[in-house]
Design a protein around this ligand. Structure first.
Ligand code: ADP
Ligand code: ADP
Length: 229
């Protein structure tokens, strides 16, 4: 089952930059696919075309078989979690309330939303006391964990992660990678993970899509096949 697909997709920004050039790619359901390549080669643009933060100039992006242009953007985003480098947490809400925000918006009711949030915090490796703290009282690595918990709150089938561990130190980064792998073994989300770090890509990816300057896909393969070429 092809969960996400790009069919001859290009993106030209209004200033003339070609960010993505004729991309054809299928991301299987339940796989963690890493988009890797140096800065400026179109990874973030590719990611953002999945949840319609960016619309393609040409070609078709599909999620669960459906052209994203035919989906309501708000509905699409409810089914697609999004994690960025700076966790983007609401500074004036507690950690628990940050994670409970989406379930509340979905009308879950306060009690259910908060118990779901508490369960998710535990799942991403935060202790029970973290929920009552404010984002600035947590370390960078802990904040990223909260960002992951928040993205998972509505149990979306798809998770987009844009350099989520790019701003934390190497030791914590390794921990976060381990936790993501553990989480992924349980949840089997369709994950699209952007990084410029090839080691991180090899460590995490079921499949690795390698981009080069000009927004061209070079190849997409499981890490072992990639390395033997
Ligand atoms: P990456 O994530 O691999 O660093 P991006 O997708 O962010 O690559 O960017 C690809 C290219 O598109 C770069 O040359 C970048 O400067 C350009 N770009 C990104 N966003 C915009 C934008 N909103 N307007 C114009 N050019 C952009
Ligand atoms: P990141 O690489 O951390 O995802 P952005 O997506 O904001 O950061 O930007 C990616 C690249 O696109 C950067 O090189 C940035 O300079 C360029 N870029 C972003 N927005 C614009 C824009 N409106 N016009 C031109 N270039 C842009």
């Amino acid at each position: 089952l092809r969960m996400i697909s790009f069919d001859s997709v290009s993106k030209h920004y209004p200033n003339g930059t070609t960010a993505v050039d004729d991309l054809t790619l299928e991301l299987p359901e339940g796989d963690l696919t890493v988009l890797v390549g140096s800065s400026g080669c179109g990874k973030t643009t590719t990611l953002r075309m999945i949840n319609r933060m960016v619309d393609p100039s040409a070609g078709t992006v599909r999620v669960a078989g459906r052209d994203v242009r035919e989906s309501d953007a708000a509905e699409l985003r409810r089914n697609i979690g999004y994690v960025i480098q700076q966790s983007g947490l609401f500074p004036h809400r507690t950690v628990l309330d940050n994670v409970a925000t989406v379930p509340l918006l979905l009308g879950w009711g306060r009690r259910k939303a908060r118990s779901r949030a508490a369960e998710l915090l535990e799942r991403v490796g935060l202790d029970a006391g973290s929920g009552s703290r404010y984002p600035h009282q947590l370390s960078g690595g802990q904040q990223q964990r909260v960002g992951v918990a928040r993205a998972l709150a509505a149990d979306p089938p798809v998770l987009l992660m844009d350099e989520p561990f790019g701003a934390v130190d190497p030791v914590v980064r390794t921990q976060l990678q381990d936790e993501l792998l553990r989480l992924q073994r349980d949840l089997r989300k369709t994950v699209v993970f952007v990084t410029h770090d090839i080691d991180e890509a090899v460590r995490l990816g079921d499949r690795i899509a390698v981009f080069r300057t000009g927004g061209r896909l070079v190849q997409c393969a499981p890490p072992a096949q990639l390395l033997t070429r």
